[in-house]
Design a protein around this ligand. Structure first.
Ligand code: AGP
Length: 596
């Protein structure tokens, strides 16, 4: 979703802002803009569409002088993607960029802003005018910011320029992510570390309802009531090369092929001094003493949660369910007596998941977050965190985070299991090796994707039990990047209605990795074949039949989703490639979904 960058220092700021925004492109956006201050005032430039339009308009940022500025990529919520609606927005005195949504916009307009001529359709534009209003009534800038925070309801990360305080930038945060980057002789603002990593790897976390006063030498963080907070910066483990795609054509293919390394890294990161896999004992004790595990997540992470349910119930004999966060928050089921919550989120910033976290935290329940981003909101607000150690995932379509999520869930479930079960370290090493073999056969997936999907309007993935969960993920991947309407379906359920959609040439891809359902799924394949479907089977070698086009080496059946998903990631990638889609930044989507 929207991205923010800001810089105050001695260097020409526009190229720094543009570079920062380019690192935020992965979040999804449809317009961009920057505001830069020099001794003559503030220059604002905006462009609709890709960031390259803004690069062109400003001759790579070189046409604008000034060493302090803010920038923004906008993912439209209130109003279409136009230059008027693009950020920065301004009043007479203030210029700012905003991520989030102001919920009481109408009320504030009628209370304070009657007679103001707004030029955009955005909720954001009220904010600089409110600051104008408050400062005109005699408040200084910080008082006006505190006043603003007491009035606006909703989510907001703001980077603010005050024309009357040329040596300062201000930042404000509530619910939307925001970090401050600490440099030598400069400081930065960013909605995530990627925007700043080319300049610094030291960051201050900013919590909800805090504001920050930033000069090129100092960063002062305050509560909403003006109390100075003493907070040390942290060093990010990220480096610039992690954010670049090197020789790969797209981040997605790079991230697919990083999966063996990610699994091996996880084995290493979760090994204790004896080399045995282990997890914080407090987490294990809390899970062992709970009566049900509730997994909360969205999209791909929710699909990993479904596999997690299987792992906890089979290995650890703990009742478990995985829930879609945006449903759970408004339709909370009757909870068991001693629940334990696991939030799964690649970004750690997903607003839907966070809304549930706020709710269950208020009920006093214990929470674990499984995330790829250390220090993210969902990590900070949970009792415990387990990291995915997958490295930055930049393609909007999640791949390596999904497999890492299942691997961490498996590590956790096997640690919680009281009876000695599978040797997780050995089994995960095998998984890494099998994924490596799958990656070496990418040409086969390319051929099959072109053959089955190049001209397809719709497609089905079918499977049973845990294979069905993988089908949900495989279909999501295919639809989000190729725009082919794809559905993941429980193979046995097709005949209860959906089979009516099968016609001559409809691609149906079946996944078979579990012995107990092998023959049942094969019967369902015959049913769709008899109605004209073009079928393709992904199976494991011990269950394969001579017609199966993708046969993957066997791994432990509980870990099969980690490997069976990989061919489907390739299929989605190559289907999107042959259709000429924008693979890393599919239309309408954002990487980090920070609005509910
Ligand atoms: C999947 O490819 C998507 N990017 C999306 O479904 C994603 O998994 C979802 O938005 C949740 O994001 P999170 O893991 O960062 O919470």
């Amino acid at each position: 979703m929207c991205g923010i960058v800001g810089y105050i220092g001695d260097k020409l700021v526009a190229p720094i802002l543009l570079e920062g925004l380019s690192k935020l492109e992965y979040r999804g956006y449809d317009s961009a803009g920057i505001a830069v201050c020099d001794e003559n005032g503030v220059t604002i430039e905006k462009a609709v569409g890709k960031l390259e339009n803004l690069y062109k308009k400003t001759d790579n940022g070189t046409t604008i002088s000034g060493t302090k500025g803010i920038g923004h990529t906008r993912w439209a919520t209130h109003g279409k993607p136009t230059e008027e609606n693009a950020h920065p927005h301004k009043s007479e005195r203030f210029v700012l960029v905003h991520n989030g949504i102001i919920e009481n916009e109408e009320f504030l307009r009628s209370k304070y802003l009657k007679g103001v001529n707004f030029v955009s359709e955005t909720d954001t534009e009220i904010i600089p005018w409110l600051l104008d209003k408050f400062t005109q009534s005699g408040e200084d800038t910080e008082m006006a910011i505190r006043h603003l925070m007491s009035e606006i309801v909703g989510s907001y990360a703001l980077a603010i320029i005050d024309r009357e305080n040329p040596d300062v930038l201000y930042a404000v945060k509530n619910k939307s992510p925001l970090l401050i980057g600490k440099g030598e002789g400069f400081n930065m603002i960013g909605s995530d570390s990627m925007a700043m990593i080319a300049n610094t790897n030291m960051f201050f976390e900013i919590h909800d309802k805090e504001y920050v006063v930033i000069t090129k030498e100092t960063v002062k963080i305050y509560t909403q009531y003006g109390k100075l907070i003493d907070r040390a910066p942290f060093k990010a483990e990220l480096d610039l090369s992690d954010t670049e795609k090197g020789t790969y054509a797209h981040f997605m293919i790079k991230e697919i092929e990083e999966q063996p390394a990610v699994i091996r890294r996880l084995i290493q990161k979760y090994a204790d001094e004896n080399g045995d896999i282990s997890v914080d004992k407090a987490i294990v004790n809390d899970i062992q003493s709970c009566d049900k595990i509730y997994i909360i997540a969205c999209g791909t992470s929710y699909h990993a949660g479904l596999v997690g349910k299987q792992l906890f119930e089979t290995m650890a004999k703990k009742p478990c369910d995985s829930y879609i966060a945006s449903e759970f928050v408004h339709n909370t089921p009757l909870l068991s007596e001693k629940p334990f919550f696991i939030f799964i989120s690649q970004s750690g910033e997903t607003a839907d998941s966070r809304a549930v976290m706020v709710k269950v935290k208020a009920m006093g329940h214990k929470i674990l977050t499984i995330t790829n981003v250390k220090g993210s909101t969902l990590s900070r607000e949970a009792n415990y965190t387990l990291l995915l150690h997958a490295g930055p995932e930049i393609a909007v379509a999640s791949t390596k985070a999904y497999t890492a999520q299942i691997a961490v869930l498996a590590i956790l479930a096997s640690t919680v299991a009281k009876e000695p079960g599978l040797d997780i370290k050995y089994e995960l090493s095998k998984v890494a090796n099998v994924i490596e073999t799958i990656c070496s056969e990418s040409e086969t997936y390319k051929y099959l994707a072109e053959k089955y999907l190049k001209n397809a309007r719709n497609a089905f993935y079918i499977g049973r039990c845990v294979d069905y969960y993988v089908c949900l993920e495989a279909a999501l991947k295919l639809k989000e990047i190729s725009y082919i309407q794809a559905e993941g379906f429980a193979a046995g359920e097709l005949k209860h209605g959906t089979i009516a959609l099968i016609e001559k040439g409809t691609p149906v891809i079946a996944i078979i990795t579990q012995e107990n359902i092998n023959l049942n799924t094969r019967s369902n394949i015959e049913e769709v074949k008899a109605r004209g479907a073009k079928t393709l089977v992904i199976s494991t070698s011990s269950l394969s039949s001579h017609n199966d086009k993708i046969v993957i080496r066997d791994v432990h059946p509980l870990l099969a989703p980690i490997v069976s998903v990989v061919p489907t990631q390739y299929i989605a990638y190559y289907a999107a490639l042959c259709k000429g889609r924008d693979i890393d930044k599919p239309r309408n989507l954002a990487k980090s979904v920070t609005v509910e």
